[in-house]
Design a protein around this ligand. Structure first.
Ligand SMILES: [Zn+2]
Ligand SMILES: [Zn+2]
Length: 228
């Protein structure tokens, strides 16, 4: 029986999503469908920010992330590895921790240097890393939400381009945008002081959070009618 715990790694979480949702995802959802679902639930999370409803934001971020990880499985992207390569305990743009992009008005992307000794282990550690690179105190919650929306749009754009050309360069870009999306999703969690791994382990403590089965046995209508 797959299990997700507060100290699970992102890799373990990705495997959990595969075991619980892999079957229904393969039968029901194309890449485009998954992208639409990521957008559906991310925008609901943003609505929670606008309404000052942290609970709504929290639940929808978790569902959005679940769809996102399903998409990573479909594309065979090891997202933990890619997040680490993009953000090796430093900002992917200015290559500093904490980020100095704004303070130093950095105009060009700097080369990041990977020191594997600093690599976070658990999902919680990754969230802490993002809190150190991009401290919540340096921006508002609204700002973090706008940035998440921006990254969601950039994933959609990169997938649109990749599907049009099927070129390796385009796929590499999809991977980079996906890593950016995780950084912003964890950024919103940091602004709201949500421990994402802990909340996921609660919500998904018994496999699928709706039908409680592994693999999930929700039918298509049940999945599409899920409201949060
Ligand atoms: Zn920076
Ligand atoms: Zn289910």
């Amino acid at each position: 029986m797959p299990q997700i715990k507060p100290d699970s790694t992102i890799k373990e979480y990705q495997q959990f999503v595969h075991e619980v949702y892999g079957l229904q995802n393969a039968r029901y959802f194309s890449l485009q469908d998954m992208l639409n679902n990521i957008e559906r639930f991310t925008t609901r999370a943003l609505k929670g920010i606008r309404k000052g409803d942290a609970q709504k934001t929290k639940l929808n971020l978790m569902i959005s992330l679940s769809w996102f990880i399903s998409m990573m499985n479909q594309l065979h992207i090891d997202i933990e590895e890619e997040v680490w390569k993009r953000f090796p305990y430093m900002c992917s743009y200015c290559a500093h921790c904490p980020c100095v992009c704004k303070a130093k008005k950095i105009q060009a992307r700097q080369k990041v240097v990977i020191d594997n000794k600093k690599r976070p282990v658990t999902m919680e550690d990754f969230q802490k890393m993002f809190s150190n690179i991009y401290p919540a105190s340096t921006r508002t919650l609204d700002h973090a939400g706008v940035h998440l929306a921006e990254e969601m749009g950039e994933i959609a754009e990169s997938i649109l381009i990749y599907r049009g050309s099927h070129q390796d360069e385009g796929f590499k870009n999809v991977i980079l945008e996906c890593a950016d999306f995780i950084s912003c999703l964890m950024g919103v969690c940091n602004s709201l002081e949500i421990n994402l791994a802990k909340e996921i382990s609660k919500e998904f403590s018994q496999n699928c959070h709706v039908c409680k089965k592994a693999p999930c046995q929700c039918n298509f209508a049940q999945i599409m009618q899920f409201k949060s």
